[in-house]
Design a protein around this ligand. Structure first.
Ligand code: TYD
Ligand code: MG
Length: 482
């Protein structure tokens, strides 16, 4: 019909186009473009198989009828700086960590999507946040928060809350999958936040397709966005990452929502990372680090612990280990580089966690500029805990780890290395030197090797318990350490 607009949307990346393509023009996915039809703007009678959001829902959750609003003079717009910058506080160590990832607190009226693999801990995270918001107000003031679940029974949620010792009277639970019903029911409560767990279980009446299907998922998210904007109630939406079948992943929703946080974790580790991939209210350079405990998620105050191997903290030190300092968002981490050089075997290189071309370059510089006879060696390189080292600030630690293994000379575990290596073997400074050195000092390291050119900016800081050594090139580093 005339009122229906048909477009094709990639189920993997959300790219949309007016016509069908066998491969997605944006992400290159094969056969991922799925048909998606929506009522054209202005309502009107769409016919055929087009999707019609029910009039009732539209009227209720549309921000305002277009006729009500008049253009405003720039100088007449109420700036209300406090209003724009105001964030719902999330107190405590856990709350501060979540607030930092959100860009300095929870923005009123924001729609936040929490994505992640099933079982990673999304429900746990939002339940804790919900409890914080419900508890975090002044005494006597009520701050109701509604947790709507279409995933679990109320008993299951209560069991989880008990385990996490959450007992606030202002936390309301509701089991429903009908968006209209949910939004109607919570209105009387005037909640301070709404949680919908998960987008894959809810549906809108009058929209074709089953819950979890691309159309339902998109329409439900749009309805929740309208609700959030109209009422200023922040909404957390959980979405499972799921590539199989017809289930639309959270990726297609990234364009609609204000904030997208992905929760990551490895199967056999209790650590969980919370990473913003989109944020209308802050930077996406942040990274939240948590540990899943018996009683929910806890902040990891010293994330470097995760990235250093157990050998490192032992008094017995092995040859081939060196510590680098990397930045992730506004925070600096210590990570450990492991090298193993074996002579007299087949010459091969096995590199994990470091860009192969970068490693090749560093190995060549070590041979040419520092005189290391690595030609006859098999070289293995690894970054502990499966992190991918993307910064050149780790060059020096890589080089030193290789030297250490080659010379079979362990590096004392109280030394950290920061610096980029040039083709001439020279050391170059990297951004945020101060921040990196501060982290090293704070963690009790005794010595930090840095490029000589960075010394000037560091001298003013006047470190007491840590010795900062500036080196011009690899040869100087080798002389200082070995
Ligand atoms: P859950 O939040 O249900 O994951 P998701 O919503 O992403 O599917 O949490 C899943 C796992 O977390 C589950 O295997 C049990 C574990 N867990 C804990 O270890 N401690 C806790 O306090 C809680 C609530 C869960
Ligand atoms: Mg869950």
């Amino acid at each position: 019909g005339k009122g229906t607009k048909v477009s094709w949307v990639c189920a993997d990346c959300g790219y949309s186009n007016g016509q069908w393509w066998g491969t997605c023009l944006s992400c290159g996915g094969v056969g991922t473009m799925k048909q998606f039809s929506e009522a054209a703007h202005g309502g009107g009678g769409g016919s055929g198989s087009g999707i019609q959001v029910s009039e009732h829902v539209m009227r209720k959750w549309l921000p305002q009828a277009p006729g009500d609003v008049q253009p405003l003079r720039l100088t007449d717009v109420n700036r209300g700086i406090n209003q724009l910058d105001w964030r719902i506080p999330l107190p405590g160590p856990f709350g501060s960590e979540v607030a930092r990832v959100l860009g300095g607190g929870l923005a009123p009226g924001s729609l936040v999507l929490i994505g992640g693999d099933p079982g990673v801990g999304k429900s746990t995270l939002v339940l804790q946040v919900a409890a914080l918001i419900a508890e975090g107000r002044r005494v006597g003031e009520s701050a109701p928060v509604v947790y709507v679940s279409g995933e679990e029974s109320l008993e299951q949620i209560v069991n989880r809350a008990d385990r996490m010792m959450i007992g606030t009277g202002d936390l309301f639970l509701y089991s429903s999958t009908d968006i209209e019903d949910i939004l109607a029911k919570i209105q009387n409560l005037s909640p301070h936040a709404l949680i919908v767990d998960s987008i894959q279980t809810v549906y809108l009446k009058g929209v074709t397709g089953s819950p979890g299907g691309l159309t339902q998922v998109k329409e439900c998210t749009s309805a929740l966005l309208r609700f959030a904007k109209r009422t200023n109630v922040p909404v957390f939406l959980i979405g499972h990452v799921n590539k199989s079948g017809d289930i639309a992943g959270p990726r297609v929703l990234e364009h609609i929502v204000d904030v997208v946080l992905y929760m990551e974790g490895e199967k056999y580790s209790s650590h969980r990372l919370l990473r913003p991939v989109k944020n209308r209210f802050g930077s996406t350079d942040e990274l939240g680090v948590f540990e899943m405990s018996e009683s929910g998620l806890q902040v990891v105050s010293n994330p470097s612990e995760i990235f250093l191997s157990e050998q490192h903290s032992d008094s017995a030190v092995f040859a081939g280990l060196a510590v680098a300092v990397v930045m992730d968002g506004s925070r600096s981490f210590l990570i450990e580089i492991q090298a193993l050089c074996v002579s007299g075997t087949t010459v091969l290189r096995h590199i994990n966690g470091i860009q192969a071309s970068r490693a090749d370059m560093i190995i060549s510089v070590l041979m040419k500029q520092a005189g290391l006879k690595l030609q006859e060696n098999a070289i293995f390189l690894n970054v502990v805990s499966g992190v991918m080292l993307k910064e050149t600030s780790g060059d020096l630690a890589i080089a030193v780890a290789i030297c250490s293994s080659f010379l079979e000379f362990p590096i004392p575990n109280s030394i950290a290395f920061i610096g980029e290596i040039g083709l001439g073997g020279e050391l170059r400074s990297v951004p945020r030197m101060e921040k990196r050195v501060n982290t090293v000092a704070k963690l009790g390291y005794k010595m930090c090797i840095v490029p000589k050119s960075a010394l000037k900016s560091l001298a003013i800081l006047g470190y007491e318990d840590i010795k900062i050594i500036g080196c011009k090139n690899l040869k100087e580093v080798i002389n200082a350490v070995f």
